[in-house]
Ligand binder design. Structure first.
Ligand SMILES: *Cc1c(COP(=O)(O)O)cnc(C)c1O
Length: 395
């Protein structure tokens, strides 16, 4: 299947969407599939749907679809909850796997919720753990034999900088630490091979590049040989080996299913399951090639047209994910002005204008057109209007 495949998406006419890294657009067929699930499944089958329509097996079934995108073996990924919760589950498991060690390493480019969840867990364990947050380039050097877990987001949400997964994982394992990767900005953006990396854990969300829709559930990967050793901190009934035996005591299910917690969000999972069929025909290496080409064109166009925007992303495409960011003093207002012209990206404090490139529905013409409109806005100070300067709740 050649890229882009614009006919697989329901994008509003005239919109150039450079924000699939924050919320992917609606793939065609999802609406019909969700309506069918509501009427023919929930409406008609009522509670029988759990068996007849396979709702209870859906978190593992969709997990396998995601697993194909991240190089995980069938049966090693399960869906559920939010990414914040999945971070908590992996870190609590990792700390229990290394009871004699007290240090967690992360970096200051990580997304705040990952760091907040780690700090909350450490506070509540009250067992002397320490979250050591270093600069991204200092992660490898900070890993030593005191470290229980290394918890890193592979692609930086602001700049798109990519960590070397194999190198950091090898360093963690060399020091005896457990490795956790957050793939929020990787899954569906760049080729990932979890099995080859040998990392114990990976987590990520599905509403960004995987187009599962707002509130789509997160995924969690556990390396198959360690899954059965985990004693889950969130010991919910659907991670029990026999939930419908309603036993008084918790016994974890085999494998990654023990990372399930409670009732799955069936309608959201149905939307995601249908959205994931887009990927059946996509080769991740082709996608990566197209993504690099689009982002190289965008950087060249913006730098030629807008000299007061400064590249915040690594210049070497091998060191970037599928997004490009620029510093601009009036970035918030400029992004609002851009959105008003139907070029949708987003803003990240303090001054970053962020643009995601998704070769599934973007071509070079879109990227050049976006740069032309940006040039008009910057050159003619079209951003300098009260309605663009006032901050909204979600940026
Ligand atoms: C988007 C993102 C999240 C969001 O977490 P939710 O629990 O899904 O709201 C967390 N971590 C990273 C690195 C992200 O990019």
């Amino acid at each position: 299947m050649s890229l882009p495949m614009k006919d697989r998406f329901d994008l509003p006419e005239g919109v150039i969407y450079l924000d699939g890294n924050s919320l992917g657009p609606l793939p065609k067929g999802v609406t019909e599939r969700v309506v069918e699930a509501m009427t023919a499944e929930w409406g008609a089958n009522l509670i029988k749907g759990w068996n007849v329509n396979g709702w209870m097996a859906q978190p593992m079934r969709v997990g396998d679809q995601v697993g194909r995108i991240i190089g995980a073996a069938p049966g090693s990924v399960v869906m559920g909850d939010t990414l914040s919760l999945k971070v908590y589950q992996t870190l609590s498991a990792a700390l229990q796997m290394r009871p004699d060690r007290k240090v967690v390493i992360s970096d200051n480019g990580n997304f705040p919720t990952d760091l907040y969840m780690a700090e909350g867990l450490i506070r509540h364990l009250d067992a002397g753990h320490e979250l050591r947050v270093v600069a991204p380039e200092e992660v490898a050097g900070a890993i030593n034999e005191d470290v229980a877990a290394v918890m890193i987001t592979q692609v930086d949400y602001r700049t798109g900088r990519v960590h070397d997964m194999d190198k950091i994982t090898a360093k963690a394992h060399g020091a005896g630490a457990v490795m956790i990767w957050d793939l929020a900005h990787s899954a569906g953006a760049i080729p990932v091979d979890m099995a080859a990396s040998n990392a114990e854990f990976a987590v990520g969300c599905t509403y960004k590049y995987l187009n599962g829709g707002p509130g789509a559930p997160a995924f969690i990967y556990v390396r198959p040989d360690v899954a059965d050793t985990i004693d889950p901190a969130l010991a919910g009934w659907l991670g029990h080996d026999a939930p419908f035996a309603f036993e008084r005591s918790y016994r974890p299910a085999g494998g990654v299913e023990r990372m399930r917690v409670g009732t799955p969000p069936v309608l959201q999972l149905t939307a995601l399951e249908e959205a994931m069929t887009v990927w059946d025909d996509v080769d991740m290496n082709d996608l990566r090639t197209a993504s690099v080409r689009l982002s190289e064109v965008f950087i060249a166009e913006v730098e030629a047209r807008c000299p007061n925007l400064h590249l915040a992303s690594p210049r070497d495409p091998a060191l970037r994910g599928s997004q490009v960011s620029f510093h601009f003093e009036h970035g918030y207002a400029a992004m609002q002005a851009l959105i008003a012209r139907d070029v949708i990206g987003d803003f990240r404090a303090p001054d970053i204008m962020r643009f995601g490139f998704t070769p599934l529905y973007l071509d070079e013409g879109d990227v050049i057109r976006a740069a032309e409109i940006l040039e008009d806005i910057i050159t003619n100070r079209l951003w300098d209007r009260p309605e663009y300067l006032a901050r909204q709740r979600v940026t």
